[in-house]
Design a protein around this ligand. Sequence first.
Ligand SMILES: [Zn+2]
Length: 385
Amino acid sequence: MFPNHSRPLVTAPAETAILALLLAESPLSRVELARRTGLSSTAVTKAARPLLDDGYLHELPPERTAPGAGRPVNPLAVTPDREFVVGVKISADTLFGAVCDLRARMRTTASRPLGDRDPAAVCALLAELVSELLDVKPEYRARTRHLGVAVSGDVDRPCGRVRYSVLPDWRDVPLADNLAAATGLTVTVENDVKAITAAEHWFGEGIGTEYFALVTIGAGIGSGIVINGELVAGAYGVAGEMGHISIDPAGPQCHCGQTGCVEAVASSGAVLAAIRRATDDPDLDFDGAVQLARGGDPAAQSAFARAGHAIGVGIATLVNLIGPERVVVTGEGLDTYDLFGMHIRDAYEAHCFKAAAKCPLTLRPLPWEEWARGAAVVGIQALFP
Ligand SMILES: [Zn+2]
């Protein structure tokens, strides 16, 4: 059994650099680690030592890169199950949880329907869910110290407070402290879109990028931004609110108080409201609206086209401002991409400034468990100082 830590997993910058790289891209040779981090090979060997001793890293059998290439090298790799992290996403009506290993692979998942949205009730239910997940295997409970929680809205990650969240309808909830008391784990709370962005940046399409963005479409429209390799929170914690870029002063009212926000035109609720008005059918549901559009109904199709245009303008605005290498588009809204994808791309290309249009849009389907994985990645990042 390895020693248990009360101290942070890594403290020195060199340890942080090699562990972060190996989490995303194990295995790597010491030579490759030195080249990628800019450290000397002596510094890499020194930084790897305590992580090897504690079982976070292991050496693979020696391999020769080519005949006559010199002495064999032992590539280094992260030991994924040395520690586990729990992630929970709080949505409007469900808690989604997952236990992930250090390389963010989901080992087990569970969910709970959310009845009472009162913070104390949600906290108690969330602690039950965490307990259920940790009971799946003895090693999960023995080797889990961190819980990452993702929730929509304005989240103060350093203070662990949810300042404003429209989906569970919360104002100023000290969620991290409450959950730490209820679970005994170290808790990090993050905005859900930023959590997914962190997961994609460390373990997905964004690996190795310095400038990267992720956009979610669906019930809400959001984005996460990475600049200089760091997820941007902004001075007030709300950087990346692409959904609240106002693109149409004569557009519909947004829940945020503005008019004509991207979200007020392009969220699934906004599209449904527009189609209900156009068809004079107040009981129409979203599936019915999608069927109308796919069946060729012009009013339904034009509501999706307006939504696609708004999303495309929003993404172009983001790309013009920060110049990412690529943008991942994700969220449950991809289910209806056939109805507005073309309009997203047309508006995106029309509104990108010059070379900014080189930035590719990558579509990434996002099952609900992935939100829990994003929350777990926030917990993995908390292992770093
Ligand atoms: Zn708004």
